[in-house]
Write a protein that binds this ligand. Structure first.
Ligand code: F0G
Length: 458
């Protein structure tokens, strides 16, 4: 079969900055060994996140110029609303400046002490907004999704039996809403099947619980359904997306992912009363309901991006580019979460650097090695990000030590990806020479963003 190529050509370019290995030693030292503290200009290939890092198309940029900046009733809002309703079918489309702003509004209205919310896996900001309201957030991921090397089609699925017993135990009246995150970012960008969404929606309906979608990467998820779920191979991704949303009562969306924009999001709702309350909250926190924390031009770019992301040539290339990277790494023996998901490669840092104990942050050691060797920036998702201390001050590690390499949309070419693979494989070849880190400063909350670390062995 012919190579699946980037389905676009490049009209506007941004130069990369090259640094030497010696310069990167100094840069990392100045950044206290924390890649969040490294300037982007000192990074060659930036795989920190796929959020807000997409390249916009010529049509999106053209839309930026025609954006209607009226405070109320902007034409750009109506264009955006029509596109979003056309895909999701939801009656009320409420723009927000990004995904977490939509979450904040939703959980301010539905949350509070004594309430529980369930998901396949809540993303951190979603969990944060739920817990901030005083409620609890519970993840009920299928067992398959917890096994990094297990090959299965839909490792993002909800554990249906666990969901039903959780509802019985807590009482449906204490569970306002159940949310399906598609794809499951925290679990490796793994998709959820339509079958699983249908079963989850049916249980929610039976118990009178709202069913919502965290739709950040809905198009990537829909592509996996088309490729892997029986009966969907001849359906369009738009059609599959509509079927997904038809099961739900609403969604939150970070448009920084599958709407191919640098900033934006929305909350979509079916219920009139909830929508009215949400809009009232929006006005005091984000802005008037026809712009919601965004400029008119951003709404244009989102509308256009939502249309472009459903282009199946684009999705074929997108998912293939991640799979291609996974195949190269797997062939070289590099331990990664399998099968590859929709937006990122997750390296198993514990298996990669078994000589480094979890309390010395193998994920940090690996991420820093990739930066030192090749100027690549990934993110540790392990003991630095999620580690806790017990009552005696002893480190409690999360279940996995990962390094996520998230691939921005339409930004890097196949040779960039080849280069990234070469660097990872080179580091893998020298893996016995890397050593662990210790923290010299940490903030009480979300310490990974600002922590300062030392590498005594280097
Ligand atoms: N839900 C999921 C599944 C996400 O991945 C994110 C963001 C959000 C919600 C929040 O959206 O950033 O627009 O407020 N994920 C980014 C990431 C930050 O790097 O994975 P936001």
């Amino acid at each position: 079969m012919a190579t699946i190529i980037e389905p676009f050509r490049i009209k506007s370019v941004e130069p990369l900055t090259f640094t030497t290995r010696q310069e990167r030693e100094q840069i990392l030292k100045d950044a206290k060994n924390n890649l969040f503290l490294v300037r982007a200009a000192h990074v060659l290939i930036d795989l920190l996140t796929d959020s807000g890092t997409s390249a916009m198309s010529a049509r999106q940029w053209a839309g930026m110029m025609t954006g209607d900046e009226s405070y109320a009733g902007s034409q750009s809002f109506y264009r955006f609303r029509d596109v979003a309703t056309g895909i999701t079918g939801f009656k009320h489309i409420i723009p927000t400046h990004q995904g977490r702003a939509a979450e904040k509004i939703l959980f301010t209205l539905l949350g509070g002490p004594g309430k529980s919310f369930v998901s396949n896996t809540f993303f951190d900001t979603t969990r944060g907004n739920i817990e901030y309201s005083g409620a609890e957030a519970v993840d009920l991921l299928t067992e398959e999704g917890k096994k990094p090397q297990l090959i299965a089609d839909f490792k993002g699925n909800m554990d249906i039996a666990a969901l039903e017993s959780f509802i019985r135990e807590k009482g449906a009246e204490n569970i306002p809403l159940c949310m399906m995150t598609i794809t499951n970012n925290s679990g490796g960008g793994q998709p959820v099947s339509l079958q699983n969404m249908r079963e989850t929606a049916a249980i929610c309906r039976k118990y009178g619980i709202l069913f919502f979608i965290d739709a950040c990467r809905f198009a990537e998820n829909a592509w996996f359904i088309k490729k892997r779920e029986k009966g969907y191979e001849n359906r369009s991704v738009l059609d599959i997306s509509r079927e997904i949303f038809s099961l739900a009562d609403g969604c939150t969306m970070s448009a920084k992912k599958d709407a191919l924009v640098n900033i934006g999001g929305f909350l979509a709702l079916q219920d009139d009363t909830l929508a009215r309350e949400a809009k009232n909250l929006l006005i005091i926190t984000e802005g008037f309901p026809t712009y919601g924390g965004l400029a008119g031009r951003d709404l244009e770019a989102m509308a256009q991006g939502l249309e472009e992301v459903l282009d199946e040539e684009y999705l074929r290339y997108r998912i293939r580019s991640i799979e291609y990277m996974g195949e190269k790494l797997t062939a070289a023996g590099v331990p990664i979460i399998l099968p590859t998901g929709g937006h990122a490669i997750y390296i198993d840092a514990r298996a990669f650097l078994p000589q480094i104990p979890v309390e010395e942050f193998p994920g940090v050691a690996l991420a820093n090695a990739l930066y030192l060797e090749g100027g690549i920036r990934g993110v540790e998702i392990g003991s630095l990000m999620f580690g806790k201390y017990d009552a005696k001050g002893k480190h409690v590690a999360p279940p996995m030590e990962l390094v996520r390499l998230a691939i921005p949309r339409r930004v890097y070419t196949q040779s960039h990806i080849d280069y990234v693979c070469e660097v990872i494989i080179e580091v893998f070849g020298k893996r016995t020479q890397y050593s662990g880190y210790r923290i010299s400063y940490e903030a009480p909350l979300l310490r990974h963003f600002t922590a300062e670390l030392e590498n005594p062995g280097r």
